[in-house]
Structures are given as structure tokens and as C-alpha cells.
Design a protein around this ligand. Structure first.
Ligand SMILES: Nc1ncnc2c1ncn2[C@@H]1O[C@H](COP(=O)(O)OP(=O)(O)OP(=O)(O)O)[C@@H](O)[C@H]1O
Length: 216
């Protein structure tokens, strides 16, 4: 397995202490652990929203500190726990992630297919602020899928979903990632989801990783 991210003696304030954490390319990694154990902070580091206060993170063998943040975030896209709405309609929200990408606007059919993929049965012209929490979560996931990133950082992507929809979404995400070789790092409170869908489970506690050596 090729390492995509490698943490070398990384510390972040008194929040994280990760001597040796590795995330492999093309795999599905689940970050599990109690509330406040540092899971979201790890995702934010992978996305370069925050940087280590000491130590280094390598991305594809290069120091992440040297990478351009905007370019990095085109490849490594984070879906937060409470995604924001963009613009007025479902369509506006799907297209929002492509604004800064040099790509042709997807046609109606592609947008409708994405909605089917995320199990959101709403018309493209529907007002986004009318959607429920779980529907917004799936809409935001659709926005991220359209961006076709190499790495998906998903912060509790199923927190607002019922069990059946969550299961369908995890299945869609994993088959999508396996088909195009993308990498997923997802935070989840569901140990069952982690066991059923992830290749690697990283267990966090008190800002560190409990796995032996943290290099799986
Ligand atoms: N910039 C910061 N300064 C100080 N403390 C911080 C900072 N960022 C995060 N923390 C603290 O670090 C701890 C870990 O936060 P984090 O959001 O990573 O936890 P989590 O495991 O994702 O929790 P949850 O499952 O509840 O979302 C928390 O106690 C949080 O308050």
C-alpha cells in the first residue's frame, strides 16, 4: 500500500499528539473514538485548514506545509458535519463546488444522476433551505461527489440519516471509491459502519491514536 498521508511526530496545541499515523491511498479509513478525541482535528489537518504546531505531515511524500492550500483542497475535499448551503436551489448547491474548477458545467442528466446516487428525490429547482437536515447532508455529499476529488474527508456523513439511508449512502460511497480508486477518510460514531465499510479503522482517544504504531 502506498502512503498518501504520513504524520511525523505531529502535535497540535494540547489537542493532538500523533507520533506516527499513516493513511494509505485508495483505501477507506474510518476514524472512530469518543467525542472530543480529536477526529475532526485530524481531518482539518489533512485538508490544510490547520497546520501542526510541531512535527510534519507528508502528502505523497512531500511536506504538506509546502503545498498550495487552494490546489490541495481541490484534490482533498472535506465535507463538514454541518455543511453550509450555497445559493438558493438544489442545483446551485450541487454546482457550488465547481465554481473554482476549470471544468465544464455538468448537464441536467448528470445532476439528476448525482441526486439519485445520494438518494435525494428532489427537483433541481427546489429551494435548498426547505430541505431537512438529512436531505441537506445528502445534497452536500452530491456537491462533493461532483467535484471528483482524489480524497474525500467525511465528517460523520450519516449523522442526520436514518439507518437504512445511511447504509445505502455508505454502500454508494464505498463502491464509488473502489471504482475510481479514490481515498476516503471518514469520521463515524458508528462502529458497525466502520466495521462494515472501512478497510482500516483508526481508534482515537485523548488526541492520540490507539492502534499499535498507528501504521496499519
Ligand atoms: N483551535 C483549538 N484550540 C483549542 N482546542 C481545540 C482547538 N481545536 C479543537 N480543540 C479541542 O480539541 C478537542 C478535539 O476536538 P475534535 O473536534 O477534533 O473532536 P472530535 O473527536 O471530532 O469530537 P466529536 O466526535 O464530538 O465531533 C476538543 O476538546 C476541542 O475543543
Amino acid at each position: 500500500m502506498k502512503p498518501l498521508f504520513e504524520f511525523l511526530d505531529v502535535k497540535y496545541l494540547d489537542v493532538l499528539d500523533l507520533p506516527d499515523l499513516r493513511i494509505d491511498e485508495g483505501r477507506i479509513t474510518a476514524l472512530v473514538g469518543a467525542s472530543g478525541s480529536g477526529k475532526t482535528t485530524v481531518l482539518r489537518m489533512l485538508n490544510k485548514m490547520i497546520s501542526p504546531t510541531s512535527g510534519r505531515i507528508l502528502f505523497q511524500g512531500r511536506d504538506l506545509a509546502q503545498e498550495d492550500s487552494v490546489t490541495h483542497r481541490r484534490n482533498v475535499v472535506m465535507l463538514s458535519q454541518t455543511p453550509a448551503l450555497f445559493g438558493l436551489t438544489v442545483r446551485d448547491n450541487l454546482l457550488a463546488g465547481l465554481r473554482f474548477q476549470d471544468r465544464e458545467e455538468p448537464d441536467e442528466q448528470s445532476l439528476t444522476q448525482i441526486l439519485e446516487q445520494v438518494r435525494l428525490a428532489k427537483p433541481l429547482q427546489e429551494a435548498a433551505d426547505k430541505l431537512s437536515g438529512g436531505e441537506r447532508q445528502r445534497l452536500a455529499l452530491g456537491r462533493v461527489l461532483l467535484m471528483k476529488p482524489r480524497v474525500y474527508l467525511l465528517d460523520e456523513p450519516s449523522s442526520a440519516l436514518d439507518e437504512e439511508t445511511a447504509q445505502l449512502i455508505f454502500e454508494m460511497l464505498t463502491s464509488h471509491a473502489r471504482a475510481d480508486g479514490s481515498t476516503i477518510v471518514m469520521v463515524t460514531h458508528s462502529k458497525a459502519a466502520a466495521r462494515n465499510h472501512a478497510d482500516v479503522i483508526i481508534e482515537m482517544s485523548g488526541g492520540t491514536c490507539l492502534n499499535k504504531g498507528c501504521s496499519l
